[in-house]
Structures are given as C-alpha cells and as structure tokens.
Ligand binder design. Structure first.
Ligand code: SF4
Length: 270
C-alpha cells in the first residue's frame, strides 16, 4: 500500500474524526518514569493485562519497604470485575499498583527475575532489559530513579543513552516519556503502525521505527497524546489486526483499505 499524496492532511482528518467519535484523551499528570518504563518493557509483545500480572507478581515477591498508598482497586474493571482490557493503560497501572523494591530487583540474577515476571511472556529478554535499565540508572544517578537520570542528562541525551540498552527500543522510550513526563510524542505500537499503514498515511511495511520517524513531523502541536491513545482504542475495538470492522468504521470514507481487508479475509478462509 502506497502512502497518499498529502499524508498530513489525512492525518489531521483522522485525528479530528477519532476525537469526535472517541473523545479527547488528556494526559493525567506526572508518574514515576522507572515504574512506567518497567511496565512498558513487560508489555512488549503481549497484552497490557499480562504485563500488569508480571509486574504485580514481581511487586508481591519483592515489596517496597515503604508502601506508597497506591490502590489496585482503582484499575479500570469490566462488568465482571476483571481488568478492562480496552480501557487499561499502563499509566493507570503505574498510578494504582505498588512498585517492587528496586534495590532488591537489581540484586536478582537474570534467571530469578525471569521467574518472577514470567506471566508477562518473553521472561529471558525482558528480565535482561529490566536489569540493564536498573544498572544504568544506578550508574548515572547513584540511586534507582529514572526521573533523576532524565533530569540530569536532559531529554535527548537520555533517549540516546536508553536506546543503547539491550531490549529498550524507540517505542518503549517514547511510551515512557509520554506517560511519565507528558512529552508531545506519539509512540508507535502495533495498533498505531497497522492503522496508519492501512489509512495510507505512511507506507512502512513492518518497520515501526520508520513509522515513528515519518509521523513525528506531521503531528500538530499538542495532539500526539490524543492520537496515540485513540488509535490504541480504535485498534482494539474497530480496526483490529485480523478482522477489522470496516462496515461500521467511522473512517471508512477515507480508508483505501475498506473492502480490501474483507476480501483478503475471505480469500484466506477459502
Ligand atoms: S475501514 Fe477498515 S481497514 Fe480502514 S480504518 Fe476502518 S476498520 Fe480499519
């Protein structure tokens, strides 16, 4: 699929329609950057509820010495009282769930940490990334505070240094920065990447980092947070990976993929 001639114009139209139909998500304030980044690492290649389970298991095994008073009952729930998979944001989790004792986590072997976070999947690589992050933060600041590292190095140098750590890529960094600090960025996860390609705003195959790079200069000031969260909701409910609901989609009039997805689904089934 080729990108359209004026992708920014289409992006602005999509932004408007998403906000008209889904509302305007607003950043809900500063959070602990280390907590958000560990949650984001745990969410790689899995669902947010699975990431949350891994995080809660870790915090249950190695509870922080002093409770902060966070309350997991504040997490969004569905009608059955289960974690609401559509509404859940990792930032909700950072706000509602007690973190583990980071000193104790940093002293675990990779194998031990992998056992504690197994519920989030890919335990070997995620445990390596979390330990690399903790050791880097301690080296830079003398304590386990990613906020202090960002403040000390500045945003750009922090991004540069974090992206050198194994298992921590552009998406993980950008999610952490928008949720924890309110940076005006639109992280590109699987939903954002798929939908922008389907809509012809970018044409980037399976290269999510390229989508992030192309999208950045197109974004109108102050609206990246809204775009990111609305695309997440839209990708989970309407423009899903396997069976997009094109018939009831409010973007169908400007989507070059309308009909194509249904046809390719039918031919796969046949
Ligand atoms: S028309 Fe279909 S493919 Fe296009 S954005 Fe809507 S759900 Fe996605």
């Amino acid at each position: 699929m080729r990108a359209v001639k004026d992708p920014r114009k289409r992006l602005l139209r999509v932004l408007d329609l998403l906000e008209a139909n889904l509302g305007v998500p607003v950043w809900d304030g500063r959070k602990d950057a280390l907590e958000v980044m560990v949650l984001t690492i745990l969410s790689q290649n899995t669902t947010d509820p699975n990431a949350l389970r891994g995080y809660q298991n870790l915090a249950a095994k190695l509870p922080a010495k002093r409770a902060t008073g966070k309350d997991a009952r504040k997490l969004p729930r569905d009608a059955d009282g289960q974690i609401d998979k559509v509404a859940l944001r990792l930032s909700n989790a950072a706000d509602a769930v007690e973190p583990p004792d980071w000193v104790a986590v940093a002293n675990l072997s990779q194998k031990e940490l992998a056992e504690y976070i197994r519920a989030a999947g890919l335990p070997d690589s995620k445990s390596g990334a979390i330990l690399a992050l903790l050791h880097w933060v301690k080296d830079v600041t003398g304590k386990y505070s990613l906020d202090a590292a960002i403040e000390q190095l500045g945003l750009d140098a922090s991004i540069q240094a974090l992206s050198q750590l194994k298992g921590i890529g552009v998406k993980t960094i950008s999610v952490t920065l928008i949720e924890a600090t309110g940076a005006d960025l639109c992280p590109v996860d699987t939903h954002v990447h798929r939908i922008l390609n389907r809509l012809g705003i970018v044409s980037t195959g399976d290269n999510r980092d390229k989508t992030f790079t192309l999208l950045k200069p197109m974004l109108p000031l102050g609206r990246a947070y809204s775009l990111h969260h609305n695309l997440l909701t839209f990708g989970r409910t309407v423009c899903t990976a396997k069976s997009p609901r094109c018939g009831e989609c409010f973007l169908r009039k400007l989507c070059p993929q309308v009909g194509v997805e249904a046809t390719s689904r039918r031919s796969r089934a046949g």
